[in-house]
Design a protein around this ligand. Sequence first.
Ligand code: CS2
Ligand code: MN
Length: 362
Amino acid sequence: MKKEIKMTFRWYGEGNDTVELWHIKQTPGVKGIMGLLDYKAAGEVWETDEIKSYIEGVNRVGLECKVIESVNVHEDIKLGLPTRDEYIENYIKTIENLAENGIEVIIYNFMPVFDWLRTDLNRLIPEDGSFSLYFSEKDIEGLTPVEIVKNTSKASRGFTLPGWETARLSHLQEILDAYKGMTKEDLLVNYKYFLDAIIPVCESVGVKMACHPDDPGWPIFGLPRLAHDQEGYDKIVALHDSPCNTLCLCTGSLGSNVKNDIPAMIRHFGEKDRIAALHVRNVKHLGDDRVFRESAHLSEYGDLDMFEIMKAIYDTCPDAYIRPDHGRMIWGEKARPGYGLYDRALGATYLCGLWEAIDKMS
Ligand code: CS2
Ligand code: MN
């Protein structure tokens, strides 16, 4: 191969995932994981010892861990509260501790309150009897955010879900109230304050921050959101101009918004050296721009052209870490919604296959 693909897999940790490290090790093409200490609340310091023993466990099966996803940003930082400085200090300490343990990229997001949002975590795909994550704007119209959170927790089969920490969401209404009246511009100011504090540290320890997009890719519940199109990301990278201020380009999150041309966005930011990580998955819109499900990875099952996506990565940011993102539940698997083994493994293999073809053709 002229260029090696850096294929990875998300893993939630020992005893916290139906997927085990040896499953990942046996998945062709996958060289490492995007890992996390799932028990850490936003704002807490990740200590060197715990990071070290986590990574040693991963290395023991012959996998590497160079990417962390996520170190969550405390709400007070996004809100710009006086208490933010303490949380930023903790964030910096965590960056330093991760760097000391060989971490190169930290994925995070700067979405107020919610991480990704779906209205159904186990939606039947009638064509083949599998299940996937589904979103319909109409389904959230009649519901309050608090009700949505309750439904999501109930459907999560007892697994933790990224960004849906029970402790934080237990005072959800309070957090939502704190955002009342906040504009996109206000949020950008708070974002800049955060980046100005952490990016110089990242530069000195050699870590790239990679901002994950909003999902779905438009504002919800009247909350300000910044990262769902090229224009928004242009603003984010301009907030603090540095090769360490990058994005995690998630094709499925951005692809939920039909206005986004994903291969063009990859080329745009890849050429500027502002993509450090990618989540590559497909979405299928169902007769309406704001109704979609997550489909199998192959182009023919969704709306995205996966060949053009992989080609854009190969051409402009081949050194970025890649993983399949969510997968469907197939073959009777019972796992964390979106994070079963089988469909993600098929996705990884397919993406590696596209890569090999592109590599040989170029
Ligand atoms: C992930 C995100 O499950 C997902 O959709 O891609 O939750 C991602 O891990 C976070 O937004 C990053 O902070
Ligand atoms: Mn993603």
